[in-house]
Ligand binder design. Structure first.
Ligand code: C2E
Ligand code: MG
Ligand code: MG
Length: 650
């Protein structure tokens, strides 16, 4: 026997009374036993293998399951964390959105609002529910400049993000609101456009403030017309257009005649009504394409585009003048005013804005000089005149430093005693080629160019020094009057200049007199009054020059701290025959005396005038009869003969 029999087979053999020993020894039997035993052993082996592999598999499964469980736990905790974080950030966003004055909006692919956060209502008062389902740009009250809208719509169509688009809509009760929006396009997972989302904020205050500023910068607040800034900008555009196309246009410059007088005598409110009315008439009169602006004060200017021959322009100017001279109703009465126009044409009369305006202005002055209520074209003659003035101005620039200015002195006498009471310093310009020029030929120029400041300073200084010099030679020096022009009178440095001249010369303030014309005082009465008070406090004397021509009100005169009124020589000229002049002279004397002011009559040329004035109670006189303006040495010499002349006349 080779292999021991399988134990199960041995047990089975024993069970039937056969054991290994008792087993039939026959070879076939033996073979059968071996075969059966082998089959059992193979079965055992197979089962063992099966059991082993089952064992292995279940251990693996357990491992796998454990790993899965760990992974699930990990995922669950991450989801928990993420959810918390998300909830936190949502809460944060919600609280920010609710606290912010801004809001969030969303639109669908058709750009209809699907969501607008409450901030919109808080900021603008608009019920957001009414906006859902509507398109921003298509709302009836949507308002934005067309070019900006076009650009915005193009961005939307290109599905691009946009920033800071500002538009207007009507809020509750029709209140105008402005809104600033920024947005980004939204796309789904497949990249298909599904709408826009963005933020909005209330821009009303900022926009209104910006508009107001723009309005202030470009428009005149009184008449609502374009102002100088805007006019110059438009004029530059017109010039550029005309240069490009070889076109032409004209400027018609209008200034109201005697506006200042009306303004001063009837008050600023009346002046404002007048300016507003004239502005509205000019606007109504001109074509839509013509620009008419208020340059300031009582100056208006129209820019008339297109080819314009002299006849057509004359017709426009005539129409403008006619519109202005229609009476203006004011507080139940009628007011008449006229204007003067000057016309300058591009390209004939100037190539740039400044020249054109200057030339139109020069032509306007010509119209005024030729009697007002009329118009003039800028001409070559005017050009020559302005070239002359230009050259004169260039010379005037050096007049002070070259010592070309001289003072002449004109005496003023006391009518009761005939004694010299004072002198008036009158400037002359010893021009190197043109001879001795009177102030009428250069004071206006000095005013316009600002040269009056150094010239006036020189006059004041020279006058003070001259009087001081007379005193120093033992003469009883008279009080000396100095004329102040408008520009000097308005200058910040006036008081300092006066103080310095007195100090430098050592002249007592009492020996200096300041003459200011009534019209200068009336151009800004309140300010003038303050300046006069300051001068008065310095101790200098104050005279109102050319009195009777400036339309002051009596109430105003009463408030002025002036010592003397100088009756204008136009009234003196008619004495004694002209009854109006005589009456005015007597009234001015009575009025001045009632206000404790002295009266000086200007321009006394005849004995009859002197006689009338003395009898009317006038205090002093000045004029060719008493003495022409003369150089300082001559005045010093003539003190004695002057007294004799008057004692003879008396
Ligand atoms: P005003 O202050 O009224 O000076 C009087 C002017 O009348 C002077 O002319 C004088 O020569 C002139 N005049 C005097 N008596 C008679 C007369 O009997 N008959 C006539 N027909 N005229 C007479 P002037 O010197 O040509 O000065 C003219 C104006 O120029 C002055 O008028 C004054 O407003 C201004 N002016 C003169 N000097 C100065 C100055 O230094 N500074 C400033 N800012 N203005 C001055
Ligand atoms: Mg004077
Ligand atoms: Mg005068």
């Amino acid at each position: 026997m080779n292999e021991p029999l399988h134990p199960l087979l041995r047990r089975q053999l024993r069970g039937v009374g056969l054991d290994d020993a008792g087993a039939p020894a026959a070879a076939p039997w033996q073979a059968l036993l071996e075969l059966v035993s082998g089959a059992y052993a193979a079965l055992d082996q197979h089962r063992y293998q099966l059991e082993h592999s089952q064992e292995l598999a279940s251990a693996e499964m357990a491992d796998l399951y454990a790993a899965l469980q760990a992974e699930r736990d990990r995922l669950e905790s991450r989801v928990r964390e993420r959810t918390q974080a998300l909830q936190l950030s949502q809460a944060r966003l919600a609280s920010l959105v609710s606290m912010s004055s801004d809001w969030i909006w969303e639109q669908d692919a058709e750009l209809r609002f699907t969501y607008i956060s409450e901030g919109a209502r808080n900021a603008t008062g608009i019920d957001v529910a009414t906006l859902i389902g509507r398109k921003r740009v298509a709302m009836e009250d949507f308002d934005a400049p067309p070019d900006q809208v076009a650009q915005h719509v193009a961005q939307l169509e290109a599905r691009q993000p946009f920033r800071d688009f500002v538009y207007g809509i009507r809020g509750p009760e029709g209140r105008q609101c402005y809104i600033r929006v920024s947005g980004e396009p939204l796309f789904d997972a497949d990249g298909v456009f599904i709408g826009y989302r963005g933020v909005g904020s209330d821009e009303t205050k900022a926009t209104l403030a910006a508009r107001h500023l723009q309005q202030l910068a470009s428009f005149d607040s009184l008449t609502g017309m374009p102002n100088r800034n805007m006019f110059i900008a438009e004029l530059d555009l017109a010039l550029a257009r005309a240069r490009r196309n070889g076109g032409s246009f004209a400027l018609c410059f209008m200034d109201l005649d005697r506006f200042k007088t009306i303004n001063d005598s009837l008050g600023h409110a009346a002046g404002d009504v007048l300016l507003t009315t004239v502005g509205a008439r000019l606007r109504d009169l001109l074509r839509e394409s013509d620009l008419v602006a208020r340059l300031g004060g009582d100056e208006f200017v129209a820019l008339l585009e297109g080819p314009a021959d002299a006849a057509a322009l004359s017709a426009v100017a005539r129409k403008m003048l006619a519109a202005v001279s229609e009476p203006v109703a004011l507080d139940g009465r009628k007011l008449w005013i006229t204007g003067s126009c000057g016309i300058a044409r591009y390209p004939a009369d100037g190539a740039d804005a400044e020249t054109l305006l200057k030339n139109a202005d020069a032509a306007m002055y010509q119209a005024k000089a030729e009697g007002k209520d009329t118009f003039r074209f800028y001409t070559a003659e005017l050009a020559a005149q302005s070239a002359h003035l230009f050259a004169l101005e260039a010379d005037l620039r050096h007049a002070v430093e070259r010592g070309e200015l001289v003072l002449h002195f004109q005496p003023k006498i006391d009518l009761a005693t005939g004694r010299l009471r004072g002198v008036e310093a009158l400037v002359r310009w010893q021009h190197p080629t043109r001879g001795l020029l009177a102030p009428g030929e250069f004071i206006g120029l000095a005013e316009d160019s600002g040269l009056i400041v150094p010239i006036g300073g020189w006059v004041m200084q020279a006058a003070c020094c001259q009087v001081r010099a007379w005193m120093d030679t033992g003469l009883a020096a008279p009080r000396c009057a100095v004329n102040l022009s408008a520009r000097q009178f308005g200058s910040e440095s006036l008081l300092d200049d006066v103080r310095r001249s007195l100090q430098h010369s050592g002249l007592p303030a009492d020996a200096l007199e300041i003459e200011i014309t009534e019209s200068v005082l009336m151009s800004d009465p309140d300010r003038a009054n303050l300046t006069l008070q300051a001068l008065h406090a310095l101790g200098v004397h104050i005279s109102i020059d050319d009195f009777g021509t400036g339309y002051s009100s009596l109430a105003y005169l009463k408030r002025l701290p002036a010592h003397t009124v100088k009756l204008d020589r136009s009234f003196v000229a008619g004495l004694p025959a002209d009854r109006d002049d005589a009456a005015i002279t007597q009234a001015v004397i009575a009025l001045s005396h009632s206000l404790a002011m002295q009266v000086v009559a200007e321009g006394v040329e005849t004995d009859a005038q002197l006689d009338f004035l003395r009898r009317a109670g006038c205090d002093q006189a000045q004029g060719y009869l008493i003495g022409r303006p003369m150089p300082a040495e001559q005045l010093a010499q003539r003190l004695q003969p002057l007294r004799e002349h008057l004692s003879q006349a008396a």
